[in-house]
Design a binder for this molecule. Structure first.
Ligand code: PEP
Length: 253
């Protein structure tokens, strides 16, 4: 059985007090549903991580993610945060290769493969993001584009390593735009991603990797998107900043 999972990505939002308030509300709402079978992950800015990890420690159904990490274990990299540092404050997941990191910080497939290695070597679970820009979707080359991202950054991993990873498919044209992929488009890509992973790691391993959808997922459209058999949850930006909306999306799974 694949883990069902909804991960929030706060991006560069919320000061510390706002982040604590939001987390406290989410913890309360999660505690009201003790039999829920969906893991919630809070992807917060670095400054929130230690406090969010403490606030969520009372429930195993909530975990904490960083939104980025450095590929080296330590050293003279001013302003950067290593995976060992993340682990030391209770972080268990790390978002790697978000399209905003790829675009604004020029993170390449090769660099992302090193970040995946760094996370795995510290026992953190990478949430590896892939997805095509609008021009690629318009020329109907999205499958090749996304498969190339996966091959370049993940195909050097061992079976055991790939088995502890989460993939997030995020069409760039749907992120923060209010446009979502249709349920059929999402399912088609998720199935293609799973088949591509299976071509390298085998059906059994690929069949156990959670694949999340991200891109303007909201309480109103989550159920339809999550209905696809290869859609195991969501990576949620804007709607993760509101506790009720985030919980409603969790409940749609
Ligand atoms: C994201 O940033 O990963 C994302 C999916 O954002 P949004 O939900 O706001 O489109």
């Amino acid at each position: 059985m694949r883990q069902k999972l909804v991960a929030g990505n706060w991006k560069m939002n919320n000061d510390l007090e706002q982040g604590i308030n939001l987390t406290t509300q989410i913890v309360e709402l999660m505690n009201q549903q003790p039999s829920l079978n969906v893991l919630g992950v809070l992807g917060t800015p670095f400054i929130h991580l230690p406090q969010v990890a403490k606030l969520t420690a009372s429930t195993t159904m909530l975990q904490v993610a960083a939104q980025n990490c450095h590929q080296e274990p330590s050293g003279a990299f001013t302003g950067e945060i290593s995976c060992a540092m993340l682990k030391s404050v209770g972080v268990t997941y790390v978002i790697i290769g978000h399209s905003e990191r790829r675009e604004y910080f020029k993170e390449s497939n090769e660099l992302l493969s090193r970040k995946v290695d760094a996370a795995l070597s510290e026992g953190l679970t990478p949430i590896f993001c892939c997805g095509e820009p609008l021009s690629i979707r318009e020329s109907n080359d999205q499958m090749e584009y996304v498969c190339h991202q996966l091959t370049s950054s993940l195909f050097h991993l061992t079976d055991e390593q790939i088995g502890s990873l989460v993939v997030a498919y995020e069409p760039i044209w749907a992120i923060g735009t209010g446009k979502t992929a249709s349920a059929a488009q999402a399912q088609e890509m998720h199935e293609g991603i799973r088949n591509h992973l299976a071509s390298k790691f085998g059906q059994e391993i690929a069949g156990n990797i959670p694949i999340l959808y991200g891109g303007s997922c909201k309480p109103g459209n989550a159920s339809e998107i999550f209905a696809g058999p290869d859609v195991d949850g969501g990576l949620i930006g804007g709607a993760s900043l509101n506790a009720e909306d985030f919980m409603a999306i969790i409940n749609s799974l």
